[in-house]
Design a protein around this ligand. Structure first.
Ligand SMILES: [Zn+2]
Ligand SMILES: [Zn+2]
Length: 330
């Protein structure tokens, strides 16, 4: 029997080898594990990237799964990103926030996954809601805005994932992340701990600015596009009225819009807040109807494409100024 390969087989083999070479070149360059000097960290969305970079410093290489300017709740992962999750040395994510990331971690994460929701118990979705003398009336954010929203809330066990909007909770996440990095990379454990401590100092300073800045205000209710602000309103004694619930939605029902407009009038809201990563159209409609202005209140789920030079601190401080103006704080 003639063992020489036919030209057709040769061609196929060459193609396969080229494909293999392509994959190899790509992975040595692009995929986690490439830099032996640094810990490869995958972060599921911006605030987790921010903490990982601050605590890890130049000892880590952080990849964010969510693209700048994209709303991260409904993130889809491409095969390359699933590969990044399976090869990362540490995956920092928040279980219940992004179903696609939860699934990838479940399949490939193993003991490399760090769920920041385990650092401190998450608040119930209702806990940050708007609840006062007209309890039981429609239009309050502790009630899911519609059936789809209720479904989302149920998926996460009715927990509110937006924990990073309380700076003191983010500081605790930083401390625990430092411990986790120290376990993965014991030689530099002390560096991680000291960077987490510096981050905590800055976050506590920010917390003090919020407490002082929102102490004396003429109003305490904020109308927001989705109920992302439960941790912030809980910490600084504000109330949120969400146009949509825990997950941003494009088209709230006409009934929900009417309810929110009524709430806005009742609480004499001067400002209807919208987000950078979601269309402002709905907020504008309500604002026009009740004679209010619109302004940005950023839930910092991702940095907007225009704000690539900003970070968690700059957006939080700009949010504080917007709140002080809207609520007429002295
Ligand atoms: Zn959100
Ligand atoms: Zn109310």
């Amino acid at each position: 029997m003639n063992s020489r390969p036919t030209p057709r087989v040769l061609a196929a083999t060459t193609t396969a080898l080229l494909a293999l070479a392509g994959v190899t070149a790509c992975s040595s360059d692009d995929v986690a594990g490439a830099d032996p000097q640094r810990v490869d960290v995958v972060a599921a969305f911006y605030p987790l990237q921010f903490v990982a970079e601050r605590v890890g410093g130049d000892a880590v290489r952080v990849t964010n799964l969510a693209k700048p300017g994209a709303e991260p709740h409904d993130l889809e992962l491409n095969p390359g990103q699933v590969g990044q999750v399976s090869e990362a040395e540490l995956i920092v994510y928040l279980k219940g926030f992004q179903p696609a990331v939860d699934e990838a971690v479940e399949q490939n994460g193993g003991d490399r996954a760090f769920d920041v929701a385990t650092v401190q118990p998450l608040l119930d979705a209702a806990a940050g809601g708007h609840d006062h003398d007209h309890e039981g009336e429609p239009g309050h954010s502790e009630e899911p805005a519609n059936a789809e929203e209720k479904e989302h809330a149920d998926e996460g066990g009715g927990k509110d994932p937006h924990v990073w909007l309380d700076p003191t909770r983010l500081a605790t996440i930083g401390d625990k992340l430092a411990e986790r990095l120290g376990t993965a990379d014991p030689d530099r454990a002390a560096d991680y701990a000291s960077r987490a401590k510096a981050l905590r100092t800055e976050l506590e300073q920010l917390d003090g600015e919020y407490t002082a800045g929102l102490k004396t205000c003429q109003r305490r209710e904020i109308v927001v596009s989705h109920t992302a602000f439960g941790y912030l309103t809980g910490r600084y004694q504000l109330e949120q009225i969400g146009i949509s619930g825990l997950t941003p939605e494009n088209e709230p029902s006409p009934q929900r819009l009417a309810e929110v407009a009524e709430e806005a009038r009742e609480h004499r809201a001067t400002t209807i807040f919208f987000e950078t990563l979601v269309s402002p159209k709905v907020a504008e409609t309500i604002a026009r109807e009740v004679g209010a202005k619109t302004a940005v209140l950023d839930p910092i789920e991702g940095l907007s494409a225009e704000n690539s030079s900003g970070d968690y601190f700059s957006v939080m401080r700009s949010n504080l100024e917007s709140l002080r103006t809207a609520l007429s704080c002295s």
